[in-house]
Design a protein around this ligand. Sequence first.
Ligand code: SAM
Length: 342
Amino acid sequence: MDIESATTLQPTELVDPFGRAISYLRVSVTDRCDFRCVYCMSENMHFLPKQELLTLEELDRLCTVFVHNGVRKLRLTGGEPLVRRGIMTLIGALSRHLIAGSLDELTLTTNGSQLPKFARELADHGVRRVNVSLDTLDPDRFRAITRWGELDKVLEGIAAAQAAGLRVKINAVALKGVNEDEISELVEWSHGAGMDLTIIEVMPLGDIGEDRLGQYLPLSMVRARLAERYTLDDIDYRTGGPARYVRVKETGGRLGFITPLTHNFCESCNRVRVTCTGTLYMCLGQNDAADLRTPLRASASNEPLHAAIVEAISRKPKGHDFIIDRRHRRPALARHMSVTGG
Ligand code: SAM
C-alpha cells in the first residue's frame, strides 16, 4: 500500500475522553538545531542516530493518516525544522492536502536562521505564515541566549519571509533578568513591522544544566508592567494554539500570552505532538506516550498506525501541572522541548 492508502480506511474522528476534538498536530521533524538556547538545550546535547528518525516518507505517511482523521492544522517544528535534510520535499508533499482542501494550514515554528534560503520555497508550497522564535533584539544578548546564533541572520530570515509574502509571528520566551527589560521594545519592533508577538512563559522541560527558578518570569508580571505603559484590550482572536491575545492600543498590533504556569490552558487543548522518532505525546506536560514508529514500520498498510493513533487519543490526559517554585527546581519532565517539538 502507498501513502494515499490512508484514504481507503474509514476516517475516525479523533475525540479524546474529555470531548476535545484533535484537529492540530505538531510534528518535530528533527531533534537537531543550529542554536543551543539556554532554556531549551544543554550545551552538549546528544542527538539521535539517523536510523532512529522517521524518514521523510514515514513522516508524510504519519501526517497523512492524521489529516485523514480530522487534523486540519499541521505545524512542523523541532529541533530546527529547516535543518532537516530534504525538508522541502516533505513540505512539498504535504502541500497536496492543502490543495485537496483536507488541511487548512501547513506551518512551521523556526528560529529563522534558514529562512533566507527557504522562505520563497515555503510560500510556493502553500505555507502562509511562520512563527519565528526571537527573544531579544540585542546581538550580544542573542548570542548569549542561543549560545551559537547570529541575530543578523535571523533578521534577514524574517525580512525574506515577509518579502515572500509569509505572515510572521514572533515568539519570545520571557526570561528573568535576561530580556525582561526588553519586552516593550519587542512589542514595538514586532508591531512596527506588521507582526504579531507572543510571549511565552518558560516551561520546566528537560535538564538544561541550570536552575529553572532563575529563568522563570511569570507573565502576569510581564503583563502588569506592559499595562503601565500601554492599553491592553482583551480580544477573542485565536490561532488554534494556546495563546490568549490582547490588542495594544498604542501600536495597533496583537500581543499573545502563553501562560502554562500562571494559567493552565488545557481545557481547550486540541493538540497532540509527534517526535521525530514517531512517539506521540498526547500532552506536552505528561510522560504518557504512544509509539507510532513500530506500527508505521510493521506494515505497508496504514491500518496498524491508524489503530494506534485512535487508541492513543482515547488516553489523552486532562492536562498538565507544571510547577516552578523553590521546591520544584528540577525539570517537571526529563525530555527537552527540542525533542517533543515546541
Ligand atoms: N527551532 C525552532 C524555533 O526556534 O522556534 C522550533 C523548535 S523550538 C523548541 C520551539 C519553541 O519552543 C521556541 O519558541 C522556543 O523558544 C520554545 N521553547 C523551548 N524550550 C522552552 C521552554 N523550556 N519553555 C518555553 N518555551 C520553550
